[in-house]
Every structure is written in structure tokens, then in C-alpha cells.
Design a protein around this ligand. Structure first.
Ligand code: NAG
Ligand code: NAG
Ligand code: NAG
Ligand code: NAG
Ligand code: NAG
Ligand code: NAG
Ligand code: NAG
Ligand code: NAG
Ligand code: NAG
Ligand code: NAG
Length: 381
């Protein structure tokens, strides 16, 4: 009873612990003294100090933004944030100390371009996890098995991007890093609900993923193998573009692709072989393939509902595509073979023959001879 009375008195002296509050100076901080847990949002904006210390244990939300003097944040007692934890636009911020924070719904570190030291424990409960533009070298570990969105962008010193405990991703994943050695690994991950993009990575491990309910994009990475051996459900588009060293793709278990397929600009990818799309039988959307292909095989393909576009600069020919692939395409079909000096087949209007290749229409040999004569005339006379 006495204790209750005492704390009630303290709260009265110290002010409210349950209203949204904005803090912009060290003296404003006294309004929080006596608050252990805070129901409401604490916003620190245009703060005039170099160090921000708070001893709050929990709050609905804490936002620290646009504080250009701030170098160090110390939230030594903080364990729980039920809504948002946002640290945003603090250009001089170097360090963040959250040694006990283990539960947060929306965790965002955005545009703190000098932030390089985070003192933390692991997140045992986390919704969104977003770190954009910092100099951190280590992620805050996640021990939770479920996570919502993951967004890791432009952290140019970050190499190890691993989420070993995450099993279910109920949102999207967007990992766009710029360290040339960055690798992402999700060793336990089985399901991804939202859009997924992996860009600029030197390594990617998502071996155990079985289900992707949205698009899956793999862009501009430098790894050589894309292994999705456990994947059986891919509900929307698959796009693999501009990966300069990629030479092997393994997605043997997807039989129905719920969207389109794009494989373009992968300069080392010469084979789409039996082990690439072993069981793929139906593609709901269009297909766009462009690259130095020597072999293209879809051993189980029966039907492509969308348009089919092939640009082959390897030895795989439009002739072969025309007999092996074209009969299964319901949408429009086109094949180009820029380097080829032989035929570009596919006789309907949708077939393109670029100017650089010579096309011989066998039913109009006369015309071809006239063309040849004209070329010869310009060359020799
Ligand atoms: C962060 O700074 C940028 C540019 O200075 C500004 O456009 C943006 O609104 C700021 N964000 C916040 C949350 O204040
Ligand atoms: C990543 O690096 C590339 C190449 O250096 C650069 O063009 C791009 O703007 C960078 N992206 C981000 C998000 O920093
Ligand atoms: C992951 O999601 C699946 C399907 O929704 C569910 O059966 C499974 O229990 C979830 N696993 C975890 C660890 O949350
Ligand atoms: C990946 O899946 C395999 C087979 O289901 C399992 O044995 C292995 O432990 C999983 N790996 C991880 C890191 O969960
Ligand atoms: C997912 O991808 C679609 C198509 O590219 C896009 O319209 C949508 O905004 C993306 N959603 C997210 C959350 O990135
Ligand atoms: C791939 O590279 C081409 C040519 O540089 C570019 O136009 C295209 O936007 C890139 N696509 C992706 C998904 O990176
Ligand atoms: C690919 O699979 C087809 C059909 O199953 C088979 O006829 C062909 O020999 C295989 N090719 C290779 C190189 O294994
Ligand atoms: C075909 O690929 C080559 C080499 O990547 C490229 O230069 C050309 O523009 C592409 N043509 C079409 C029609 O996509
Ligand atoms: C080939 O020539 C014949 C006769 O001149 C013409 O009817 C046909 O449309 C031509 N085919 C192509 C693909 O140009
Ligand atoms: C596995 C396979 O079919 N390989 C072939 C790919 O294409 C090259 C060149 O056309 C052939 O020599 C290979 O046998």
C-alpha cells in the first residue's frame, strides 16, 4: 500500500508517463524521470546534445530523428517496444547502445550514415527489421523464428547478413547491399510471403525455402550458383538478371510458375539444363530469355500462357527453339539471334530478325540472290 502511494506520488511529481511527448533538449529529459514504462510515443527531434541517455524500460514507441549534434544514444534499460523504434536522419550519430532490447515490433535505423557501433542483445520478438544507410559491420541478431519485413540496404561495410533462426518470413525481403563481399544466408527459412529481392551479393543461401508467395528477384549478384532445390511453390514472377558470374541455376521442384519467367543479362549462364527447371510444366505468365545460351532445355514444359521472347547469343539456335519450345507457347513468340549467320526461324509476324543477321527465306531465293548481287556490286565495283 505504502509503495503504491509512493510511486503514485512520484509519478505526480515527475509528470505523465502516458502521453506522446517531444524532446529537443537535455533539460526536456527531466519530464521522463520517474517513468519506468511509457505508454505513448517519445519523440526526440532536433535534440541539442551530443549524448542521449534514457533509463526507460519500455515504451510504445521511441523515435529519434534529425538530431545533428547527436553522437551517442544510450538506452541501457530498454527491453521492450510494443510499436516503433525509429532512429532516423542523425548524421553525426556514431553509436547506439540498446544492450537489453529484445522485443520490438517495427525496428528502423534509417539514414544514419556514420553509425558504426551497435551494442545489443538479440531480438527474440521482432516485426519489421529495417537498416538503411549506415556503416555498421554487424547486424543485430534475430533469435525469433518469425519475422515480417526485412530490408537491409546500402550498408557498405556489412558483409555477413545472416538470419539463421528465421523460419517464416511473413512480409517481404529486400537485401541490397553494396559491399562487394556481402553474403546473405537464411539457413532455416522455409516460407516467404512477400516480394523478395537479392541484389549486389557475393553469396546467397536460401537452400531450405519451399514456398515463395510473391515475386522472387535475383539481380546483379556475383555468386556463381543459385540453388533453390527445396522450392516447390513460386506464386508470382521469377526474375534473374544481370548476375555476371552466375553459371548454374537449380530450381528442380517448381512445376507451376504462378507468374512470368525472366532470365536476362547473365553473361556466364550458357545452360538452362535438365537440372535447372526439372519439373516445370506450366508457366502462367510470359517468358523472356536473353543471354549466351548454348543449351536451353525445359524437360517437363507443356504450356506457356504468356508471350515467349528469346534472344540467344550462344550456339543455341532459334531453329531449335522453334521446334522444341514454340509449340508449347500460347502467347506471341519471338526469337532473335544477333550473332548468328544462319537462320532466324519462326515464320509468323512476331519473329524478329535484326539487321545484322542474314535471313534466307527459302521460298524467295530469287529475292535473296538479288540482295546478294547488290552487296557484291557495292563491294567490287
Ligand atoms: C530526413 O532528411 C531528409 C532530407 O534531409 C528529409 O527529406 C526527410 O523528411 C527526413 N526524414 C525525417 C523523418 O525527418
Ligand atoms: C550500390 O553500388 C552501386 C555501384 O557502386 C551504385 O551505383 C549504387 O548507387 C549503390 N546503391 C546504393 C543503394 O547505395
Ligand atoms: C511457419 O509457417 C507455417 C505455415 O504457415 C506454419 O505451419 C509453421 O508452424 C510456422 N513455423 C513457425 C516456426 O512459425
Ligand atoms: C534444412 O532442411 C533440411 C531437410 O529438411 C534439414 O535437415 C536441415 O536441418 C535444415 N537446415 C536448417 C539450417 O534448418
Ligand atoms: C512487390 O512487387 C510488386 C511488383 O513488382 C510491386 O508492385 C510492389 O510494390 C512490391 N511490394 C513491395 C512491398 O515491395
Ligand atoms: C540489367 O541491365 C540492363 C542493362 O544494363 C538494365 O537496363 C536493366 O535495368 C538491368 N536490370 C536489372 C533488373 O538490374
Ligand atoms: C534431359 O532430359 C530429357 C528428358 O527427360 C532426356 O531425354 C535427355 O537425355 C536429358 N538430357 C541430358 C543432357 O541429361
Ligand atoms: C540480345 O542480347 C545482346 C547481348 O546481350 C544485346 O546486345 C541485344 O540488345 C539483345 N537483343 C534484344 C532484341 O534483346
Ligand atoms: C518468304 O517468302 C514468301 C514468298 O515471297 C512470302 O510469302 C513469305 O511471307 C516470306 N516469309 C518470311 C518469313 O519472310
Ligand atoms: C548438356 C548438353 O546438352 N550440352 C550441350 C550444350 O550445347 C553444346 C553446344 O551446342 C553441346 O556441345 C553440349 O553437348
Amino acid at each position: 500500500m505504502k509503495l503504491l502511494f509512493l510511486s503514485a506520488l512520484l509519478a505526480l511529481v515527475a509528470g505523465q508517463c502516458d502521453e506522446d511527448i517531444t524532446i529537443s533538449s537535455e533539460s526536456d529529459l527531466s519530464q521522463l524521470s520517474g517513468c519506468n514504462s511509457y505508454s505513448g510515443q517519445i519523440t526526440v527531434s532536433n535534440y541539442d546534445g551530443a549524448t542521449l541517455d534514457m533509463s526507460i524500460k519500455s515504451a510504445d514507441s521511441i523515435v529519434v530523428e534529425n538530431s545533428f549534434q547527436l553522437a551517442q544514444i544510450n538506452f541501457g534499460s530498454l527491453t521492450t517496444i510494443s510499436k516503433n523504434f525509429q532512429i532516423q536522419n542523425n548524421t553525426q550519430l556514431l553509436g547506439l547502445s540498446i544492450p537489453k532490447l529484445s522485443s520490438v515490433d517495427n525496428f528502423q535505423l534509417i539514414n544514419n550514415p556514420n553509425l558504426n557501433v551497435i551494442l545489443s542483445t538479440s531480438f527474440s520478438k521482432i516485426g519489421n527489421y529495417q537498416i538503411i544507410q549506415s556503416q555498421i559491420v554487424n547486424l543485430i541478431p534475430v533469435s525469433a523464428s518469425t519475422i515480417k519485413n526485412i530490408e537491409i540496404i546500402a550498408n557498405s561495410f556489412l558483409i555477413d547478413i545472416s538470419f539463421p533462426s528465421v523460419v517464416n518470413n511473413t512480409g517481404y525481403i529486400n537485401i541490397v547491399d553494396n559491399h562487394s563481399s556481402a553474403f546473405a544466408s537464411f539457413d532455416s527459412l522455409t516460407t516467404i510471403s512477400g516480394n523478395t529481392t537479392f541484389r549486389d551479393l557475393a553469396g546467397l543461401r536460401v537452400d531450405n525455402v519451399t514456398t515463395v508467395s510473391d515475386t522472387f528477384n535475383v539481380y546483379e549478384n556475383t555468386f556463381t550458383k543459385l540453388d533453390l532445390s527445396q522450392l516447390s511453390t513460386l506464386s508470382k514472377d521469377l526474375s534473374i538478371a544481370n548476375n555476371t558470374k552466375l553459371d548454374t541455376i537449380k530450381i528442380p521442384g517448381v512445376s507451376n510458375l504462378g507468374g512470368g519467367l525472366q532470365i536476362i543479362g547473365n553473361s556466364a549462364l550458357t545452360q538452362i539444363e535438365n537440372s535447372t527447371f526439372t519439373t516445370l510444366s506450366y508457366i502462367k505468365g510470359g517468358v523472356s530469355l536473353s543471354g549466351p545460351f548454348d543449351n536451353i532445355t525445359f524437360p517437363a514444359l507443356t504450356r506457356v500462357d504468356g508471350a515467349f521472347k528469346l534472344n540467344t547469343t550462344g550456339t543455341f539456335s532459334c531453329n531449335t527453339a522453334s521446334t522444341q519450345i514454340r509449340p508449347r507457347v500460347k502467347g506471341s513468340y519471338s526469337c532473335t539471334q544477333p550473332k548468328s549467320s544462319t537462320t532466324s526461324s519462326g515464320s509468323s509476324g512476331s519473329s524478329n530478325s535484326p539487321a545484322s543477321s542474314i535471313v534466307i527465306n527459302r521460298s524467295s531465293i530469287g529475292a535473296a540472290c538479288i540482295t546478294f548481287a547488290l552487296i557484291a556490286a557495292t563491294l567490287f565495283f
